[in-house]
Design a protein around this ligand. Structure first.
Ligand code: NAD
Ligand code: DAU
Length: 363
């Protein structure tokens, strides 16, 4: 199989590429614009493979995509390229609209034009896999879980742009017959995650003895999945999923943010004890994210039942391995902190109060 992966220099895309080069005989062309979030270093292990190549390209570039499809003659597309950070979407939604909506449209259009020109058998086996998020479903109360039929109710500029892109993918299946698969996954964590996200930010701040900024009271719940389990699930969806269907992917690992931060503190205290005392002392409750979704939880029964996928990591094993990875890979994250993102608070533009000054200590 020849596969085009978009966003393959990002956190999840790079894990997908490493996993597939290691465990399958697929050939991959990685299409990535290399934004601030990209990490070519995460692809070092595959860069020498004859089955891997890289193409620097913006998915909003229609002619560039058309030429790429002509050259590569792919059997499938797995689309992960996106602006992915909710806080940045609050500060500056424009890039989210461009990449997540216009970029997805441009990629669908280029894929469809190419797919229509394929001979019958290759047209039938071609797959277009749109990778999305559980945030499109909005926020849950204390009970229940998102299923594939939960109505869409996105609340942030990020999730609204992803919801729109899911609808475009769905429409291209129904209107043009493009063999589209959609998957919606919960929060990922693991190696090479950019330190703007909760888990790597808390690990790196904890290592440095800096404050650990917990939004609000830390009672918001996320459903965590190790990125390698997600990569395995995506391969199952791409190769065995039913076109026109969507698949929820989640690790059945709901945790309150405050409990995640406590667990990270405790792991750091065990692995690299701090003479000044437990890292829990660094926890600082800061003003909440505007429009902060309370709870996400995934019902992953469809992918378990229909495709036989189950996660291999528990949150406890996965989090320990992740903390150990960040401790062992300062050479990867130090230059990012120095040159691209120093850990400052994001996502307060438009908030009613000068919220980064608010520091409510938890009782
Ligand atoms: P990421 O931010 O780490 O990486 C995104 C990649 O896309 C980067 O390499 C970037 O350079 C590239 N990119 C951005 N704009 C582009 C453009 N216009 N053209 C080409 N490339 C471009 O993101 P991630 O966390 O790896 O997420 C990957 C996908 O999975 C996204 O679609 C995201 O919505 C989805 N998702 C993420 C999570 C999560 O927890 N991280 C969970 C569910 C779904
Ligand atoms: O649910 C899937 C989504 O998970 C993906 O679609 C997104 O791409 C991904 O970024 C992630 O979104 P979240 O907003 O849930 O992830 P984030 O790591 O930004 O935040 C996780 C939780 O932690 C959330 O409730 C906000 C909170 N938080 C986050 C940061 C960065 C804090 O309390 N403090 C922080 O400093």
């Amino acid at each position: 199989m020849k596969l085009i992966v978009t966003g393959g220099a990002g956190f999840i895309g790079s894990c997908v590429i490493r996993t597939l080069i290691r465990t399958t005989d697929v050939s991959i062309c990685n299409v990535d614009k290399l934004t601030y979030a990209a990490s070519p270093e995460a692809l070092a292990e595959v860069s020498g493979s004859p089955r891997y190549r890289f193409e620097r390209l913006d998915i909003c570039d229609g002619p560039g995509l058309a030429a790429l499809f002509e050259r590569e003659q792919p059997d499938a597309v797995m689309h992960l390229a996106a602006e992915s950070h909710v806080d940045r979407s609050i500060d500056d939604p424009a890039a989210f609209i461009m990449t997540n909506l216009v970029g997805t449209y441009t990629l669908l259009a280029a894929s469809t034009a190419y797919w229509r020109g394929l001979p019958e058998a290759r047209r039938a086996s071609f797959r277009y896999h749109h990778v999305s998020t559980d945030e499109v479903y909005g926020s849950l109360g204390d009970v229940g879980a998102f299923t594939e039929t939960t109505p869409y109710a996105p609340n942030s500029p990020y999730s609204a742009s992803k919801a729109g892109s899911d609808h475009l993918a769905r429409a291209w299946f129904h209107t043009y017959g493009l063999p589209v698969l959609v998957s919606n996954c919960s929060n990922n964590y693991g190696p090479f995650q950019f330190p703007e996200k909760l888990i790597p930010l808390m690990i790196l701040n904890g290592i440095a003895g800096r404050p650990l900024p917990v939004y609000g009271r830390g009672m918001n719940v996320r459903d965590w999945l190790h990125v390698e389990d997600h990569a395995r699930a995506l391969w199952q969806v791409l190769t065995r999923g039913q076109p026109g269907e969507s698949y929820n992917i989640g690790g059945n690992a709901e945790r309150r943010n405050i409990d995640v931060v406590h667990a990270i503190c405790d792991l750091l205290d065990e692995l690299v004890p701090d003479p000044q005392g437990s890292r829990r002392r660094l926890i600082t409750h800061v003003s909440d994210r505007p429009g902060h979704d309370l709870r996400y939880a995934i019902d992953a029964s469809r992918i378990r039942r229909d495709l036989g996928w189950v996660p291999q990591e528990t949150f406890e094993t996965g989090l320990r391995a992740t903390v150990e990875w960040y401790l062992a890979n300062e050479a990867w994250w130090r230059p990012i902190l120095e040159r691209r993102y120093a850990g400052q608070r994001l996502g307060l533009a438009g908030a009613a109060a000068p919220a980064d000054k608010v520091q409510e200590k938890m009782p």
